[in-house]
Design a protein around this ligand. Structure first.
Ligand SMILES: O=C(O)CCC(=O)C(=O)O
Ligand SMILES: [Fe+2]
Length: 335
């Protein structure tokens, strides 16, 4: 039986919508997932999204020698099949997927080696990464407005001109397996996890669903690719962009904003026709030294969230401390 669809609102963040900030906060405080209309205010032109997906497909279809030129280092580079285990407590095998992680760019200059065809289209890739970050900062200003704190409280901590951060643009590839293998269970491709950063933008492709979010009751609900259902009637309309809250926004807001557990599956009863799945995620992280202290908001003060882990041994954790801890668990290394 198909799983129920998660209730995720679609919000217009253009100035025409005077309620954008409160709508965003309500969605973030509910299950932490929200779609953003991809209009001029979001400023992620569909051609730029399409070009980035094309480069991603070319990379993942390239010979393994090309991929092996840029193995993962400092959370950047190629992540090979089953290298990553997102749910180490419950998974018997690593995630059946590949990824390529791109750290932040200095202008159009990458801070890591890039393989073909990313290296030969570096302006496209850097431009996409900067547009993602700009959208995240816009969303962070709206969250600040809704929380009644200075509008740059979050965005000043995400100002890439001020220092290094853990922000990562991640290209993902989930290869299909032939239907003839006759799976009798859902095939879990990215184990259950919450995201480690501030916010995540997720770009999905029509006909390639698979993302699910965990409900408070512990059941799973599927996330649509086309929440308006307009793809079949008006394919020229850009798909909304999926945004989810990461652990840091949950920490900063004492749990008012929800960093909800999610996963990617190939459902056992879906007739996929052997289609691979491609997605792209932008994990927005603050500057490395940003402290995980509660934001000075009345609404946060009044919220009895009980999110723990901001302090360790009496020391306030920084964004970098938290990231290193999470990466160590995912890759089975020491922090
Ligand atoms: O591929 C997707 O749809 C989501 C991937 C994801 O959740 C992640 O990489 O954190
Ligand atoms: Fe995720």
């Amino acid at each position: 039986m198909a799983k129920p669809s998660a209730q995720i609102p679609v919000i217009d963040i253009s100035p025409a919508n005077a309620h954008a900030a409160t709508q965003l906060l309500d969605a973030a405080a509910n299950n932490g997932f929200v779609f953003i209309e991809n209009n001029a205010a979001a400023a992620m032109p569909p051609t730029a999204v399409g070009n980035m997906f094309d480069l991603s497909k070319q990379f993942f279809q390239s010979p393994i020698e090309n991929k092996q030129e840029c193995p993962t280092q400092n959370n950047r580079g190629w992540v090979s099949m089953q290298q990553e285990t997102l749910d180490p407590g419950n998974q018997k095998r690593g995630d059946f997927k590949e990824a390529f992680n791109l750290g932040e760019f200095s202008g159009s200059t990458p801070n890591q080696p890039l393989p073909e065809p990313l290296s030969t289209h570096v302006d496209t890739v850097a431009g996409f990464s900067h547009s993602c970050h700009a959208l995240c900062n816009k969303l962070l200003q709206l969250f600040a407005e809704a929380l009644e704190i200075p509008s740059d409280w979050f965005s000043s901590r995400h100002d890439q001109s001020k220092g290094a951060s853990g922000s990562i643009m991640r290209l993902l590839y989930y290869p299909s397996v032939p239907d003839s293998l006759g799976q009798d269970e859902d095939d879990i491709r990215a184990g259950a996890h919450s995201d480690y950063g501030t916010l995540t933008l997720l770009f999905q492709l029509p006909g390639q669903p698979g993302l699910e979010i965990k409900t408070p009751a512990g059941t799973w609900e599927s996330v649509p690719v086309d929440p308006h259902g307009t793809l079949s009637t008006d394919p020229s309309k850009p798909l909304p962009i999926l945004v989810n809250i990461g652990d840091l926004l949950a920490y900063w807001t004492n749990g008012l904003l929800k960093s909800t557990v999610h996963r990617v599956i190939f459902p056992k009863d879906a007739k996929r026709g052997g289609e691979d799945r491609y997605s792209m995620a932008y994990f927005c992280h603050p500057l490395d030294d940003a402290e995980l202290i509660p934001v000075p908001s009345k609404r946060v003060e009044q919220y009895e969230g009980g999110v723990e882990g901001v302090k360790k041994g009496g020391k306030t954790l920084t964004a970098k401390d938290h990231l290193l801890e999470r990466l160590a668990a995912t890759y089975g290394t020491k922090a």
